[in-house]
Design a protein around this ligand. Sequence first.
Ligand code: GDG
Length: 495
Amino acid sequence: MDSEPRRLVVVSNRLPVALREAADGGWEVKAGAGGLVTALAPVLRNRGGVWIGWSGAPDPAADPAADVDGLLARFSAEAGYDLRTVSLTREEVDGYYSGFSNGVIWPLFHDLQTRCRFDPDCWRTYLDVNFKFAEIVARRTTADDYVWIQDYHLMHQAFFLKSMGVKRRTGFFLHIPFPPPDIFIKLPWRWKVIKALTEFDLVGFQTLQDRRNFAACLRRLMPEAKVSGRGAVVTADMGNRRFRLGAFPISIDFQQFDAMARRDDVAGEAFKIREALRHRKIILGVDRLDYTKGIPERIRAIGTLLRRYPDIQGTFNFVQIAVPSREEVGEYRELRTEIEQLIGRVNGEFSFPGWVPVHYHYRSLPHDELVAYYAAADIGLVTPLRDGMNLVAKEYCAASTDGDGVLILSEFAGAAAQFQRDAYLVNPYDTEGVARALHRTLHWDKAQRVEHMTRLREQVRRNDIFRWVDSFLKAGISRRLGDFPEAETLRLGRG
Ligand code: GDG
């Protein structure tokens, strides 16, 4: 068990691709869009890596026409790492994914306990599906691999691997916040969840505050646990075994965003966006359409800005890109309706010939178009009610290659811990405060904006995704990303 791990194996709810039913009734593979995919793909590529997860399609194997393996094999060859699917039935998806992961853990861990639906059947399905995943992990890995499990959907992996007698080195990273004890203890299965997390060798969080919250819950529910140490990574002693807890703020591939924003076609697209909006200032919001992202509050803040500061009318556009997410869930459909009504109200109240204040896109944009929007924007308005990290904030900075831009950031995003001195922090519930921040920063002169953005860009450049991976692997197995070298042949073949 102490030999050097041979391969990195990532396990997550979703594979970094989505299998969808195509218009002709067959299946098609599409690259995924979430934060996790953005963060991990560069880490596995051409390093013999394996990614285990659900394809996103309920039970495609039941469809005799689906050549799932063939579709994924083609994607694997292009992506440079192996994909291994876990097939889930419609009932499993409903209970484990929609019911427990997104109906209980997601709202609870974002401090929105009143949105939780504590359904014991969903909890049981969550355990069953975790067991199913663990069986595949056991089958597809060896004791030489390092198994890195991602996120709240799979908190029982180490627990089930151990219960099967399978020895693996395991690390777990939680992409969402970890709540304080007063909130966590509302969970009817609190003890089982916290116990399951103690079975990993390393549990990683986005911020020191998340790690502290976890340690406080651990002390409350398992008083025998003793947490000791200082710095980003500390040790929890459970009497018969130890494991480690760390804070590892996730990031982005800074160079990739920076380089893409500098590309002629992307810069040209950014210019076209500015031109179409008549070179007015652009305030940009980009989010999955989720109730944690504070989109209604943000639109209200835009309304307040226009009402309080009439001088500002006609001088800017607020562009909100909302990526469809969890559309099968009623709450998300209602949220979409609420957002669209609010936008209608603001536009109805303030538009005049030649100017509509809010532009709204309800779709996922191609990556280069998204980067063009980042590059075109004068202000990135990132105001989640609660967020593990928020990669959009970092991507916006990386794509602001001229160093001229402003990041207005919610103090409840994990990114605020890193950016507290450099971003303009706001309370997303305080619509007047957000309106004031917008009014002030719209009047900042270029020198102020450049000083602000240059510091932010430097932060993201220094603390990029590769540093995140390095710091996690260093804590987990005393190794670095570079210790899993890129295969020479694959690298040459990449062109
Ligand atoms: C979870 C945590 C944590 C967005 N619109 C488009 C698009 N995106 C991409 C962005 C970004 C990603 O989606 C969103 O990442 P976030 O971090 O903002 O948010 P979550 O999806 O909630 O992610 C979060 C993250 O995990 C990582 O740990 O930071 O706190 O909630 O990368 O670029 N991509 C494309 N078109 C779009 O229209 N192509």
